[in-house]
Design a protein around this ligand. Sequence first.
Ligand code: ZN
Length: 115
Amino acid sequence: MYNQFPDIIIDANEFTFCPGPCKHNKYKDNIVKLKNRIIYDFKPNFGGRYNYFEYPINFKDNIYLKFKNLRICRKCYNRYNELWNNKDYLFLEKDAENILKKLYNNDSTVNLVEF
Ligand SMILES: [Zn+2]
């Protein structure tokens, strides 16, 4: 099917804040050191990055906001999984909208891969 609007794909590799819909845009990756183990505030808690998360901008028309290489706060992580599991697409669309607003307010650090 022809897609009138392309997906928005963002590489979050250089992000210094959580890319999820939460209000925390001054995120510093807080680290706790337990014995030989380093635990991060954001998920994945043991470091590394998720390959990608996707939020529907318009679920019906199959348009997505996609993040590559992200770390995300626990709250946004849990919400993301819960909303997808419950098929709450309207809430996910609302989240996509809030995330885009948040990104535009932090645009100096956003690395847009494709638009
Ligand atoms: Zn968050």
